[in-house]
Design a protein around this ligand. Structure first.
Ligand SMILES: [Zn+2]
Length: 362
């Protein structure tokens, strides 16, 4: 529903011109910390999704399993659950010959989540997940900026139609692609957040570090509500990244930071990738991420409902305290990259700039 300012029933006009009560903004105003969910991809694989299959097709082919996945995180205490639409742009769906099913698959994912939330009787934010296109922008690659914007708009409008409260641009590597995704998503007139994967020595694989990310956040305000980091190479690195983001937040406390760490370090066991994080590690990570300055905390690849239960309990039972030092983080969660440490010392020079094509899944 969109109403004119003089018809505003909440009496609140937000900075992006949305003048109806929005659950994402409401809960951010009400709660100091919002707990997000865990992984989508790795949990769907655990439920039988086959490697190479598009998780998004399950929104139509296996809706009960997608619902069970959502329900597991709602029951675990998540305030925010992401839709199963990470690869829901036409670029990604094209790999499965489903490029003409963007609206159908994104709406289905969102409607299933809305229904599960309604059943739960809890207030849970529907976050419409938007992942990278998987393409490289011209002139290095073939994706034209206007086509990318159109693809992100197409997905965003479908997520809105299904009932998303916020558009959740995630696992990004390139500043340019975030800009294009935000530009596309703005058409849906919903709050927008973005997170980037700082998985390469404290930077994204395209060389984006904490200072670049926060500069982009500034540039994109007021069109983005929050920013941060997700996925990557473990919980220690994500907490260090939050410290570095905070260090570069030019407006001090105003930037709302997001942390969504993988459940430990990926390891190959019997030909499969498994994550070595325990509920205890994820509980410690959640508390440290909050102390470092994150207001929205969740897990990424490998994070199951069991881990989120432990995170909920830890956040609810532990008072906020001083930000951790890098030594604290390393002692409790594991190693931090030299690149992240350098950024913590204020060294922002791009040391490595790796441009390569890599498709991700969650
Ligand atoms: Zn991930």
């Amino acid at each position: 529903m969109r109403v004119k300012p003089n018809m505003d029933i909440s009496g609140k006009i937000t900075d992006i011109g949305i003048n109806v009560p929005n659950l994402f903004e409401k809960l951010l105003n009400e709660k100091q910390t919002l707990l997000a969910d865990g992984a989508t991809g790795t949990n769907l694989f655990a439920m039988g999704l086959q490697s190479g299959d598009a998780p998004e097709l399950w929104n139509v082919d296996q809706p009960d399993k997608v619902a069970a996945h959502y329900r597991s995180f709602i029951d675990a205490g998540s305030d925010i659950v992401l839709t199963n639409t990470f690869g829901g742009t036409r670029y990604r769906l094209k790999l499965h010959n489903a490029q003409d099913r963007v609206a159908e698959l994104n709406i289905a994912a969102t409607e299933i989540l809305k229904a599960v939330i309604a059943d739960s009787g809890r207030e849970v934010i529907v976050a419409g997940s938007i992942g990278p296109s998987g393409e490289i922008l011209a002139p290095l690659g073939e994706m034209q900026p206007d086509e990318a914007v159109a693809a992100f708009t197409e997905q965003a409008l479908a997520l809105k139609k299904g009932g998303a409260d916020v558009l959740w641009i995630e696992t990004m590597s390139s500043l340019e692609e975030v800009e294009l995704a935000v530009k596309g998503a703005r058409e849906a007139e919903l709050p927008i957040v973005f997170t980037m994967s700082l998985d390469t020595n404290g930077r994204t694989m395209m060389g984006v570090g904490a200072s670049d990310l926060m500069a982009l956040d500034q540039q994109l305000k007021p069109h983005v509500h929050a920013c941060g980091t997700n996925c990557g190479i473990g919980a220690s690195e994500v907490v260090a990244a939050v410290l570095n983001l905070k260090l570069n937040a030019t407006d001090g406390s105003e930037s709302i930071l997001i942390a969504k760490a993988n459940c430990g370090i990926p390891e190959f066991v019997d030909g499969e990738i498994v994550y070595n994080g325990t509920p205890e590690i994820m509980a410690n990570y959640a508390v440290m991420a909050r102390n470092a300055g994150a207001r929205i905390i969740g897990g990424c690849c490998g994070t199951s409902a069991e881990h989120v239960v432990a995170m909920r309990k830890a956040l609810d039972s532990t008072p906020i305290s001083a930000p951790p030092t890098l030594d604290d983080i390393q002692r409790v969660l594991g190693e931090i990259s030299e690149g992240a440490k350098a950024q913590a010392r204020g060294e922002h020079r791009v040391v490595t700039r790796v441009v390569k094509r890599r498709r991700r899944r969650h």
